[in-house]
Design a protein around this ligand. Sequence first.
Ligand SMILES: [Zn+2]
Length: 393
Amino acid sequence: MNVHRAYQYRLYPTPAQEAALTWTLDRCRELYNAGLEERRGAYRTGGILINSTIQQRQLPGVKNVRPEYKHIGSQVLQDVLQRLDRAFAGFFRRVKAGQTPGFPRFKSRDRYNSFTFKQTGWSLDSIHRRLYLAGIGNLKVRWSRPLEGTIKTVTVRRDANQWHVCFSCLVDIPDVSPDAAKPAVGIDVGLEHFATLSTGEHIANPRLFRLGQDLLTRRSRTMARKQRGSKRRQKAKLLVAKAHRKVRNQRKDFHHKTAKTLVDGHRLIAVEQLHITNLVRRPAPILATTDAGSSCYAPNGATAKSGLAKSIYDAGWGQFLMILTHKAAEAGVVLVAVNPAGTSQICSGCGAKVPKPLTERWHRCEHCGCFLQRDVNAAFNILRAGQARQAGA
Ligand SMILES: [Zn+2]
């Protein structure tokens, strides 16, 4: 079985190499923004869609006007234009789904952080353990784990003051299927806990996230006090980026470990299909009339919801699901995403509807006497729906 795997390593460029990397990033970003401008113009004035195939044909012309682009590999530049394709595809997908996404945006220096090589423009020196990149040189790499499979793309990424390389590989792994004796499990995403299993077990939200978030908030405030364009602001900005990186890495690590434990212990995992965008959207204001007859804004749950949204962001369920999907596929574990509608309101014991507000943490069924924690009841229902779907498939 062939699977895609990403291997990331830290790079240690010399000052000259770092300057070359930054220069390449800046040129790629410039091209991205120019390509975006062209597409926006064509779309807004005539509803015309321009894609990367059309824009790629203009690359030789670009190189004539701006000879510095000759120093960057054609595939790297093509990839920049393909990123625009993805940005627009995402935009139209959200429009189609009835959402109101923002039009793809121009990227500032802080928001354009990587460029990608495909088959050419790079090589690996197995003797000196260096990575050669055309136009940059031989880079020192910290090989923190073995690189396996066939390399499909090589992406260089800037992360605040660090540089990383990510090899996207196709790896041939032996086909495996999990032990049929292993149990099936349903998982409910929570706010109180990161997740609750149908076994009654809770997976806690690591406190580290909150601590990291606090540090991030503090440092962002410090940065906001510094004068724009000043040296001190630059320094403060780096600290903010470092705090971000720490939170991100801790979360990813937690997701990997949790997903591994779940995949190792089960033959089937049922999860809720979550539409995170619906939860983080700002609730609409509600206009009400006071007793005196004047208009006012009624409570619309904005604060509660932003707290909720924040927790969901914190829990990072989307990233976790992606990691879980990946690991499950590699281990032959069945992962079923079920419709979350009603999972918390239906009794897992008898199927009766037991309505309860979000604040009610317990499920009490007067029909069958079932008494469970709200999340555990939901996890049961998710498991059952997942098993039903799998039996039907
Ligand atoms: Zn019941």
